[in-house]
Design a protein around this ligand. Structure first.
Ligand code: NAP
Length: 289
């Protein structure tokens, strides 16, 4: 965690640094796993088509794997791949003993049903944590592979030195990949959780109750400083590309920072944590194989 100059400013939760520390610990775990059980954790990354943003994410994930000693297996399929062919590819990876984690990069081309593909991944190799079995295990508080971005959010809250137990956590956004699982994890950590969405009335007043605020809305600089309770911890999941090509979060950083006790920037907060958690899940899956 680093602190910006100015006594009243929030601590900046430096996702790059926290993720680098986690990756260093994972590199040691990978080496130990290799020595003690002769296992090299393996992640298969499947990319369909040539969405430029997806290509960048896939490259980053493969590089992150090699940095910690995880083997990555790349499967780049043409944009006109059928759902059937993709299901066959997933079935092969499910059977491959070198592969402990399978990641199918989303979004998929519109004619491929994402739910069908996610459901075809063996739950014990589902390092994205999106399979209905893993989602269900999270909902009932049992161990399983958890989604990476929500895991990153929880790690940033921990880095802020805040125990969610007894705190009021307000999550804005109810997607299956971010908002809902974050809310479940906060609940499991004994926070009182309010989950907001586009139909929430008087959102500002609800957000103002939060000791912890997680913004996963997908709207640039949407959450304003005036909504934030003084001293709240604010985690900004948003990654929005502006017309000039730059990235910004879902929170108006300039107005939120003076009111929060800690805030994760975007970019440089949740993003690097998400990739580190993908590696952590792959190592976990390899250990349990
Ligand atoms: P999503 O599926 O589009 O969900 C957005 C959520 O925000 C929905 O639940 C929606 O409500 C809610 N919402 C929209 N407008 C709202 C409003 N005016 N007031 C209150 N709630 C509103 O997005 P997502 O996939 O969860 O992603 C959210 C953001 O996180 C995006 O910027 C995305 O790029 C970013 N993200 C970052 C990472 C990372 O690794 N850093 C990973 C995943 C996502 P309804 O359900 O009612 O429509």
């Amino acid at each position: 965690m680093i602190t910006r100059p100015g006594a009243t400013m929030a601590q900046i939760l430096d996702g790059k640094k926290i993720a680098a520390d986690l990756r260093a610990r994972l590199a040691v775990e990978v080496a130990t796993l290799n020595q003690s059980r002769h296992i090299v954790p393996g992640l298969a990354v499947v990319l369909v088509g040539n969405n430029p943003a997806s290509e960048v994410y896939v490259r980053m994930k493969k590089k992150a794997c090699s940095d910690v000693g995880i083997a990555s297996f790349s499967h780049e399929l043409p944009a006109d791949t059928s759902e059937e062919t993709l299901l066959e590819q997933v079935a092969l990876l499910n059977q491959d003993p070198r592969v402990h984690g399978i990641l199918v990069q989303l979004p998929l081309p519109p004619r491929i049903r994402e739910a069908q593909i996610i459901q075809a991944i063996a739950p014990e190799k589902d390092v994205d944590g999106f399979h209905p079995l893993n989602a269900g295990l999270l909902a009932i508080g049992r161990p399983g592979l958890r989604p990476c971005t929500p895991m990153g959010v929880m790690a940033l809250i921990e880095a802020a030195g805040v125990d969610p137990a007894g705190k009021h956590a307000v999550v804005i956004g109810r997607s299956n990949i971010v908002g809902k699982p974050v809310a479940m994890m906060l609940l499991q950590a004994h926070a009182t959780v309010t989950l907001c969405h586009s139909r929430t009335h008087q959102l500002e007043k609800v957000v103002a109750l939060g000791d912890i605020v997680v913004a996963a809305v997908g709207r640039p600089r949407f959450v304003q400083g005036s909504w934030i309770k003084k001293g709240a911890v604010v985690i900004d999941v948003g990654t929005n590309r502006l017309a000039d090509g730059s990235l910004c979060g879902d929170c108006d950083f300039a107005s939120v920072q003076p009111r929060a006790s800690a805030i994760s920037p975007s970019p440089g907060g949740v993003g690097p944590m998400t990739i580190a958690m993908l590696l952590a899940n792959t190592v976990q899956a390899a250990k349990q194989s």
